[in-house]
Design a protein around this ligand. Structure first.
Ligand SMILES: [Zn+2]
Length: 244
């Protein structure tokens, strides 16, 4: 006799590869490695517009691309999202300054696509209270080790979690994916760039192996924007069902 668990439908599990800080060369490489799937790229918009005078100069090293370059990445199906204008520490800013960093970086991303817009707080620090910016559909990311988002009711779209993965933890990452992620969960991997560029870069070769492992484990690779769209559809369907 089949056990009850065996007759339960298996719900999908999702992985997003997220790359922060807007390194255009790394974005192009990641896009190639992910094909035919897509990644989410959170860009610091100031340097893309030519403002290199940032509080943390290491954050503007390397080529940040320009509007056309990011439009080209988006045109092949990737998700480009705001990661502030100047990458400040949000806890040092007034609420109005926080809103301006969010709004002005969305304004730039608006030239690339029409949403949804998901904000990634610099340094993975989500301020409380969080600034309310109407244009935003979601925001995050807490990034303290192995972490996932459950797509069941109650997911807080404004406290999205991710896992800042390190290449030296490759085996651990694959083991966690295989053994510790429940059905209907969404795991977001936080990376920066590749092959020596950006904070704690992975090599292209290792990232390629990780993408293969994710596929072997039957995860669906999705972008943050796609998932926010799915979550919105699930909540409106549930709301409709509750009103029947
Ligand atoms: Zn960053």
């Amino acid at each position: 006799m089949l056990s009850e668990a065996a007759t339960e439908p298996i719900l999908p599990r999702y992985v997003t590869f997220r790359f922060d800080d807007g390194h255009i060369a790394g974005a192009r490489k990641a896009a190639e490695l992910l094909r035919p799937d897509h990644g989410s790229f959170f860009i610091i918009t100031g340097p893309v517009e030519g403002n290199l005078d940032l509080q943390y100069p290491e954050l503007v090293k390397g080529d940040r691309g320009n509007l056309e370059a990011w439009r080209a990445v988006a045109a092949s199906g990737h998700d480009i999202q705001p990661h502030s204008v100047t990458h400040p520490r949000f806890l040092d800013l007034s609420l109005d300054e926080q809103k301006a960093e969010i709004r002005n970086s969305i304004e730039f991303v608006r030239k690339i696509h029409s949403g949804p817009y998901v904000f990634c707080y610099p340094f993975n620090v989500i301020p409380t209270p969080q600034p309310i910016v109407e244009e935003l559909s979601a925001a995050g990311f807490y990034s303290n080790g192995f972490n996932f988002n459950l797509l069941a009711e109650g997911l807080d779209r404004f406290a999205l979690r991710s896992w800042a993965i390190k290449e030296c933890d490759f085996d651990l990452i694959v083991r966690q994916l295989a053994e510790s992620v429940p059905d209907n969960a969404w795991i977001i991997f936080g990376l920066h760039s590749l092959d020596g560029e950006g904070w704690a870069p992975w090599t292209s070769a290792s990232l390629s192996c990780l993408i293969a492992a994710v596929r072997d484990l039957d995860y669906q690779i999705v972008t943050v924007a796609e998932m926010i769209g799915k979550i919105a559809a699930i909540s409106s369907r549930d709301a409709a069902a509750n009103h029947r």
